[in-house]
Design a protein around this ligand. Structure first.
Ligand code: HEM
Length: 404
């Protein structure tokens, strides 16, 4: 039995931005379900093997009820983050309310809608890359493309004006806070974001367009009824946060990994049919996938021969699971044509990423445009000097200096 002092602090220290902490690999081998201490001081169990993470995410007894009184607090702050909010948002995010919400989203956020967005996403990427090239080198690819592209895309999806994008960036960072913001900043950000989205939902009711939010105000059937005002606001906020920060960071991380080993980039430029599998492989090997997916269990249970007591919070580390040699050959190697590639980066089960088709369109469009417009693209700094963002649930790079 480990004593309280021996429980390591989590997230682990990561010396290099493009290399996962060695501790993850060690635990996956020696202690695949392991106690860790969070920024709040609370303890959780960290799950690191592919089969366990997959099974646990697919098991509905592990819920997202992080509001339970004995659940671990992920963040040091009292103000709830995306994962432990109460109210309409919490109702939508678990149990029967969640199933109803997913059904309604399934009817509106369709593959057809996403596919129809591809030409527009590529057009936006072209325009952003054009601006970057015109601005001269070196440039920060995160600021030039990674961050603006997903905000423009999600704003078009929701029918929300993109001119407020600096405020979105701040509000969604606050919702993904681990220890970066003060209590006052978090409360103000939550309030402002709610006000902003409430005004937009009202506008969409009065003047519906062909965007997702407008359609959600009208979609209804006998079984599910309509989404209430608060549910619509929660959905708008949830989509903006979930669809923006993750993809924005991923564009930068994907490009950093491809450029850090130049043979990958050159292979992609020479053979652009590899773009879809290269995107999947980048999602798999991403060493900065945040803290993992949190789940709460209200009954005693056994996983992989280890007892998990009722009231435990578990963190499912996709970064560890995706490099498990039991699931992938040469797991630390980036293989651009890897197939099949059943990575867990979009989660599994009832909560699996609702926006994964759109995320794929955005990541593929970024590569399509960059390979075409800037085949000579290169990192402007040694990969070892890239710095990670700290203190948020989602992981990413602070900046990505490039030249061409
Ligand atoms: C590279 C980009 C992305 C990554 C890595 C990612 C990852 C994830 C993961 C791991 C989950 C599961 C959370 C859990 O099980 O607790 C999730 C859920 C979700 N994602 Fe994504 N996501 C991305 C992009 C997007 C986009 C573009 C959208 C929307 C436009 C989106 C919307 C959502 C929503 C609404 C959920 C909640 C689903 C539910 O609880 O039923 N995501 N995402």
């Amino acid at each position: 039995m480990t004593t309280a002092e021996e429980v390591p602090n989590y997230p682990f220290k990561q010396e290099e931005a493009l290399r996962p902490p060695a501790e993850l690999e060690r635990l996956r081998g020696d202690c695949p379900i392991s106690r860790v201490r969070l920024a709040s001081g609370d303890e959780a169990l960290l799950v690191t093997r592919y089969d366990d993470v997959r099974a646990l995410l697919a098991d509905p007894r592990f819920t997202r009820r992080l509001t339970a009184p004995d659940a671990a607090r992920l963040s040091a702050s009292e103000t709830p983050s995306l994962f432990n909010r109460g109210g309409a948002m919490a109702q939508l995010m678990q149990g029967g309310g969640h199933l109803r919400w997913r059904r309604m989203m399934g009817r509106t956020f369709t593959a057809k809608r996403v596919n129809a967005m591809r030409p527009r996403v590529e057009e936006l990427a072209h325009s952003l890359v054009g601006d970057m090239l015109a601005g001269g080198q070196p440039a920060d690819l995160n600021a030039a493309l990674g961050f603006p592209l997903p905000v423009f895309v999600i704003c078009e999806l929701l029918g929300v004006p993109a001119d407020a994008r600096d405020r979105f960036a701040h509000w969604s960072d606050a919702m993904l806070n681990l220890n970066r913001y003060t209590e006052d900043e978090l409360i103000t950000a939550g309030f402002e974001f709610h006000e902003f989205m409430a005004a937009h939902v009202q506008l969409k009711r009065a003047h519906p367009g062909d965007d997702l939010l407008s359609e959600l105000t009208t979609v209804a059937d006998a079984e599910d009824g309509r989404l209430s005002e608060e549910e619509l606001i929660g959905t708008g906020i949830g989509l903006l946060v979930a669809g923006h920060e993750t993809t924005a960071n991923m564009i930068g991380k994907m490009m950093a990994m491809l450029l850090a080993e130049r043979r990958h980039w050159e292979r992609l430029v020479a053979d652009r049919t590899l773009i879809p599998t290269a995107v999947e492989e980048s999602l798999r090997v991403d060493p900065n996938q945040g803290i993992g997916l949190p789940r709460y269990i209200s009954e005693d249970i056994e996983v992989a021969g280890r007892k998990i007591p009722a009231g435990s919070t578990v963190l499912n580390s996709m970064a560890a699971a995706n490099r498990d040699a039991e699931a992938f050959t040469d797991p630390d190697e980036m293989v651009l044509d890897r197939r099949p590639n059943p990575h867990l980066t979009f989660g599994v089960g009832l909560h699996a990423c609702l926006g994964q088709a759109l995320a794929r369109v955005e990541l593929q469009s970024a590569l399509t445009v960059l390979t075409e417009r800037v085949p000579t693209l290169a990192l402007a700094v040694p990969p070892e000097s890239l710095r990670r963002k700290e203190g948020l649930i989602v992981g990413g790079l602070r900046e990505l200096p490039v030249q061409w």
